[in-house]
Structure formats: C-alpha cells, structure tokens
Design a protein around this ligand. Structure first.
Ligand code: SF4
Ligand code: F3S
Ligand code: FES
Length: 252
C-alpha cells in the first residue's frame, strides 16, 4: 500500500548546504533510491544523485542514510517506520560536488599507487596454475564493487582528512593484501616488498582494526579479518621474526 514518506536530503555544494525536508510518494517494496528518483522527477529536477545499475553492483549510489554509509539502491524502505524521517546525506569522507554527489578521486589516486600484479617471468596468461584455496581467497577480494563505503566509514580519514595523504584506506590496503597473498605475484622477486609498502606507502599502521569497514561492506567481504590482519601479521613476521629476517637477508 502506498504512503507519503518523509525524506530529509542534504542540498548544497562545496561552499554551503543544508538539510531540506520533503514528502514523497512511496510504495511497498521500494528502496531509498526510488524515493530520490521520485523526488527528482516531481519536485527537485536539479537534485544531483549518482547511480547506475540499481542492483547493488556498480557502487555508484553510495550515500549515508540516517548516518550509516549505504548503497541507496539496496536500502529497503521496510527498514524504516512509515512515519519515520529518512535522512540522506553525501558520504562524509569525500568533498561534496553537489547534493549527494561527492568527489571520490582520492580513491583513484590511491588505486594508482598500488603496483600491479606482476606475473612470473616467462609465464603467459593461460599458463597460470594455482591451488583452489588461493583462487577462492582472491575471489573474495575481487567481489569489491568500489562503492567506497568502507573508505567513507573508516575513522582514520572520516574524521581526519589530513591523514588522506598517508593512508590509502581499507579498499586499497585490501588490494595490497590480495596481491601479497597471490601465489604467482613476483613483485618481491623483482625487488618490491608489498607488506613494507603497505606500511610505508599506504599507512597500514594507522589502521587499528576497528572493523567498521567490514561492517558496511555491501559485498560482505571480511576486509579486516581476511586482508588487513593477515597483512599486518606478514609485516610483523618480516620485521620481527628472527627466522624470516634471516631468510630475507640471505635472499637479498
Ligand atoms: Fe565497497 Fe566493500 Fe569494496 Fe569497500 S571493499 S569499496 S565497502 S565493496
Ligand atoms: Fe579503518 Fe577498517 Fe582499519 S575501518 S581502522 S581500515 S579495520
Ligand atoms: Fe549501482 Fe546502487 S545504483 S550499486
């Protein structure tokens, strides 16, 4: 049955803005993005809202709903009482361009700073052989849709934009972890050191394992347990385990 939903939306640009209240027709089974689209179609044609797939797969419609980072296309209205005001604000960790649209270019800068997968010399694509458990480990991380909700929620940059230069955030530390655990990655043989790069170039030490990133991930990737903690363990082994240190010294 239809009803009038109460919506409070942040409207503004990089210089200033405010929360504005609206009432919008809502239908059973709809999601927050449906309300935003109806608001745009009937009352606010200039409302800026980013979206693409409406199926939880493109990562474009990220925003904060009642203060929680969420995909608006996957946030059902049934989560809220029909007389409850639903507040939608842009992701707080990134600069606003207009209304709900943020400048997420920080993430692309950080993505470029992670050295790419480096296959062993002489091995052509199609000749790669890996154990199934290694394939599955990579596949979990590769479910990432780059919605940047984990980046938005991580307190290291959410409340301290001055940390952005030193900290790449959970999404890109997870990328480093994925490559470090890849059995065919030969970055180390070519002189690289992914755990050390995670520490020095990507700020791994600033992560204090609060797990907020894991809680908001719409793909349910265990970012902290399966990527960040193993990366920290590998770094600790490298730096403080006497046997590993000896082995590394012999190799170099
Ligand atoms: Fe989004 Fe999860 Fe990828 Fe982070 S790890 S960008 S929350 S899909
Ligand atoms: Fe941030 Fe996730 Fe670490 S929220 S502090 S990157 S566990
Ligand atoms: Fe694609 Fe929401 S519109 S994830």
């Amino acid at each position: 049955m239809g009803y009038r939903a109460r919506l409070r939306v942040w409207r503004g640009d990089a210089d200033s803005g405010e929360l504005r209240d609206y009432e919008v027709d809502a239908e059973e089974g709809e999601v927050v993005l449906d309300l935003l689209h109806r608001l745009q179609a009937t009352q606010c044609p200039d409302l800026a809202v980013r979206w693409n797939c409406k199926a939880g797969k493109c990562g474009s419609c990220s925003a904060e709903v009642n203060g929680r980072p969420r995909l608006t296309c996957m946030t059902r209205l049934s989560l809220f009482d029909t007389d409850e005001t639903i507040t939608v604000t842009p992701m707080r960790a990134f600069p606003v361009i207009k209304d709900l649209v943020c400048d997420v270019s920080y993430n692309y800068v950080k993505a470029r700073e992670v050295p790419a997968f480096s296959p062993p010399e002489g091995l052509e694509p199609g000749e790669y052989r890996m154990q199934q458990r290694d394939v599955e480990r990579s596949q979990e991380f590769r479910k990432c849709i780059e919605c940047f909700l984990c980046q938005d929620t991580c307190h290291v940059i959410r409340d301290h934009s001055e940390n952005k230069e030193a900290f790449s955030g959970p999404r890109f530390l997870m990328r480093v972890a994925e490559l470090e655990m890849h059995p065919l990655d030969s970055h180390a043989e070519k002189g690289g050191d992914r755990p050390e790069e995670a520490r020095g170039d990507h700020g791994l030490g600033l992560c204090n394992i609060t797990k907020c990133c894991t809680e908001v991930c719409p793909e349910h990737i265990k970012i902290t347990d399966n990527a960040l903690i193993p990366l920290k363990e590998r770094l600790a082994d490298q730096r403080y385990d006497p046997l590993t240190m000896l082995f590394r010294r012999k190799r170099s």
